[in-house]
Design a protein around this ligand. Sequence first.
Ligand SMILES: *[C@@H]1O[C@H](CO)[C@@H](O)[C@H](O)[C@H]1NC(C)=O
Ligand SMILES: *[C@@H]1O[C@H](CO)[C@@H](O)[C@H](O)[C@H]1NC(C)=O
Ligand SMILES: *[C@@H]1O[C@H](CO)[C@@H](O)[C@H](O)[C@H]1NC(C)=O
Ligand SMILES: *[C@@H]1O[C@H](CO)[C@@H](O)[C@H](O)[C@H]1NC(C)=O
Ligand SMILES: *[C@@H]1O[C@H](CO)[C@@H](O)[C@H](O)[C@H]1NC(C)=O
Ligand SMILES: *[C@@H]1O[C@H](CO)[C@@H](O)[C@H](O)[C@H]1NC(C)=O
Ligand SMILES: *[C@@H]1O[C@H](CO)[C@@H](O)[C@H](O)[C@H]1NC(C)=O
Ligand SMILES: *[C@@H]1O[C@H](CO)[C@@H](O)[C@H](O)[C@H]1NC(C)=O
Ligand SMILES: *[C@@H]1O[C@H](CO)[C@@H](O)[C@H](O)[C@H]1NC(C)=O
Ligand SMILES: *[C@@H]1O[C@H](CO)[C@@H](O)[C@H](O)[C@H]1NC(C)=O
Ligand SMILES: *[C@@H]1O[C@H](CO)[C@@H](O)[C@H](O)[C@H]1NC(C)=O
Ligand SMILES: *[C@@H]1O[C@H](CO)[C@@H](O)[C@H](O)[C@H]1NC(C)=O
Length: 760
Amino acid sequence: MRTLLFFSFLLNLLSNSSSLDSLKRPQYITDGQNLTSANDTFQLGFFSPGASTNRFLGIWFKEAPQTVVWIANRNSPIYNTSGVLSISENGNLVLSDAYMGNTVWFSNSTNTSNPTSMQLLESGNLVLRDLITNGILWQSFDWPTNTFLPGMKIGKNLKTGHEWSLVSWLTSDDPENGKYRYTMDWHGSPEIVMWYGTAKRYRTGPWIGLRFSGIPEISTYQDMFIFNFTNNPDEISFGFSSKPGALPSRVALNESGVVRRLVWVQNISSWSTFWSGPRDQCDYYSECGAFGVCNANAATICSCLQGFVPKSPLNWYMRDNSQGCVRRAELGCDRAYGFYAAKGVKLPDTHSAIVDTTINLDQCREKCLHNCSCVAYSAADTRNEGSSCIMWVDNLVDTRFIDGGQVLYIKVAQSEIVISRTYYSFSENTSLKDTELPLFDMKTVVSATNNFCFRNKIGEGGFGTVYKGKLQDGQLIAVKRLTNGSPQVVHEFMNEVSLMAKLQHRNLVRLLGCCIYGNERMLVYEYMSNKSLDFFIFDEQKRASMDWAMRLDIILGIARGMLYLHQDSRINIIHRDLKAANVLLDNEMVPKISDFGTARLFTGSQVEIATRTIVGTHGYLSPEYAMDGKLSVKSDVYSFGVLLLEILSGRRNQGDVNLIAYTWSLWEQCELRKLLDPTVCGPQPMLDLLRCIQVGLLCVQECPEDRPLMSLVVFMLSSEIPALPLPKKPVICSGTWPIQASTMATRSLNWFNFTTLEGR
Ligand SMILES: *[C@@H]1O[C@H](CO)[C@@H](O)[C@H](O)[C@H]1NC(C)=O
Ligand SMILES: *[C@@H]1O[C@H](CO)[C@@H](O)[C@H](O)[C@H]1NC(C)=O
Ligand SMILES: *[C@@H]1O[C@H](CO)[C@@H](O)[C@H](O)[C@H]1NC(C)=O
Ligand SMILES: *[C@@H]1O[C@H](CO)[C@@H](O)[C@H](O)[C@H]1NC(C)=O
Ligand SMILES: *[C@@H]1O[C@H](CO)[C@@H](O)[C@H](O)[C@H]1NC(C)=O
Ligand SMILES: *[C@@H]1O[C@H](CO)[C@@H](O)[C@H](O)[C@H]1NC(C)=O
Ligand SMILES: *[C@@H]1O[C@H](CO)[C@@H](O)[C@H](O)[C@H]1NC(C)=O
Ligand SMILES: *[C@@H]1O[C@H](CO)[C@@H](O)[C@H](O)[C@H]1NC(C)=O
Ligand SMILES: *[C@@H]1O[C@H](CO)[C@@H](O)[C@H](O)[C@H]1NC(C)=O
Ligand SMILES: *[C@@H]1O[C@H](CO)[C@@H](O)[C@H](O)[C@H]1NC(C)=O
Ligand SMILES: *[C@@H]1O[C@H](CO)[C@@H](O)[C@H](O)[C@H]1NC(C)=O
Ligand SMILES: *[C@@H]1O[C@H](CO)[C@@H](O)[C@H](O)[C@H]1NC(C)=O
């Protein structure tokens, strides 16, 4: 009765024909009645989503009634089939609940006394027209729900502040506003961003002329759609329309945060996905953190951009990339720098990027070069790279490799440029084509080392001589000049070059490049001002300057470097010659593992490698390797254990001192603290010390299987796990030691020979 009373002044559409696409006051429709667009594509009416019994006024594809593209009252369901859609006196659309007698939803357009009419267009747009002026007062296309149809747009009207965006349903049974939003970020260089609550989840990348930077495939749909990106002072928006004859299509944001472009395939009566995002792990926002770059085709998807290293290598190893990367070489504003070209990428977040369409790419480069806050630049429009510019002045976040990607020019220190400028290619039997190795020309090296002046000599060994040098930009380098000739030397040179070119870690000495000139073979490294570890720990005076904390830091650093070599670099490496002389120290006493001349590659599944030639250094060789040639990562773990004990005790495991036997006897007597170098002053947390020595003993156990992997070593050293495993008695006491020195081809290059100190 109430229903009748309430609507007695209106005229039910039912009294008219059933297939109408429009109505005007005083006509109305009730639950069960529909409007149908002229050519039967869309329908408007009441529906219940999924398993719900709540009623909503919506628009759907007539051929696919489950595919609802718009909802009037998504946040205010009607609980009975008592909904009524009509036009109010002031010309607005009104959705009422006849049972409750209230207004559920209305179109809040300008009030008018003119007659108005609503019409469902073939495009799926419900429009409210002023019948006198024929102007559109309101349209559903301005109020999208979770679906974007041809003719709609996503963006912002900068004049009125009105925003067009998609909001997901809460669940498939409830169209209420869900957690995901798909909106235009109109700051910087505009791009569309999917949000989960207040967190960015996915970006399309900026519009770069014909497509979004992160969706290169969009351009392959240009025979079906016309894309229209508007960026002017009145409006920033992205819209698309279908070309005549194109199949029905839509872009929809679903409840689990996937946005898809779908096309209706008539003969199979279903939707087919053309494109969706995020499409893979690398599409998730900031997957690799600031200055990281994601490669979906790599085993380890995250790496750092050229010139950057993981901020927290341990977390990075644990696949927690959220902290991203930091510069390897700081960019002081006064220092020389240049640009590294990262090719084939989706441009990083452009929220705070600066766009200048009045300058070309060369001017862009100049501008970026001379502005300290600029960290990278790129072309803003790929159609005409000469006349547009984007500059980043913030962290580079959410960069990924992508087919058909662009070039991003990243500002890096000059020392990094040397690397990217020239690529090494070597034609002797050797394939180094892929290793992006910089080639220093002889002139540069000669001038940096004062023509290999003896005063610049800082070390010497069986391999050749190491010189200190200074590049023109002031960077200090160490040049390892190999003695001419033997195939073995050339082989090890190539080995070191190709390995080092692929490695980047805070605890590995960095190869800057190499130089080949006639028979000359030279490796150029960053210079380490504090020389090598043996120079400190075995020196009566120097070792007193190393307190407990410094020693522990060095041990941990070496462990992390070894972990990277074994498990975390793009290739897996057994160093084979880890020892104090091969650990260099920078000016902050950060340890850097060096000398990869004898390192061996192994594949992930390879547990043990049989070798004929045994290389390494007496005192650090594991028994199974020294005697049986069985090489594995556990051989390095053994060497690490020896080195750890040396660092703590200040004694060499060589000659008369059998450090391992000595440590074991202290362990048996519960006197481990006696191992610590007596020159160490300052506080020495006893538990840390004991834990550390125990880890050392675990590493030098006879059986390789008993020794921990470097990952466990790092974990045991850097955390306070209460109980460590008990070490077994090391081989040294079991009678098989000492092994015959003659079974070993020991060789080593001491970088910093004590007798040839600089400045002598
Ligand atoms: C309105 O559309 C729905 C969904 O297609 C359909 O079930 C219903 O029969 C239609 N009502 C009328 C009156 O055409
Ligand atoms: C409906 O289809 C006819 C025939 O294909 C076409 O001429 C007409 O323009 C279409 N109307 C609308 C509104 O699309
Ligand atoms: C309408 O819904 C209300 C509350 O959900 C319910 O109490 C009432 O019985 C329903 N009426 C009809 C006619 O379905
Ligand atoms: C119209 O209604 C929407 C909510 O439906 C509201 O966000 C908007 O501010 C309203 N606009 C005006 C002009 O009242
Ligand atoms: C239109 O009129 C209704 C009631 O008549 C009022 O609530 C509303 O604020 C008016 N809207 C505008 C935009 O004037
Ligand atoms: C592109 O979008 C703008 C703003 O919505 C509109 O003014 C313009 O007519 C559109 N251009 C085309 C070709 O659709
Ligand atoms: C959203 O779309 C993706 C991709 O098609 C699909 O895997 C996922 O199940 C969808 N989520 C829901 C809730 O339907
Ligand atoms: C549907 O039509 C397309 C062309 O429009 C054709 O390529 C495809 O094989 C058809 N599929 C079926 C199941 O008939
Ligand atoms: C560098 O660029 C930023 C951002 O455009 C600008 O605010 C600043 O003034 C520029 N600095 C110089 C020295 O041009
Ligand atoms: C380089 O390697 C290829 C194939 O491994 C071999 O045929 C060729 O003789 C080698 N060249 C030299 C100079 O050793
Ligand atoms: C390196 O130093 C040792 C002594 O510490 C010396 O015996 C050796 O000859 C030196 N090697 C070279 C090549 O100078
Ligand atoms: C390491 O080198 C730096 C710079 O040359 C120097 O200041 C520092 O004292 C050295 N550290 C030690 C422990 O000698």
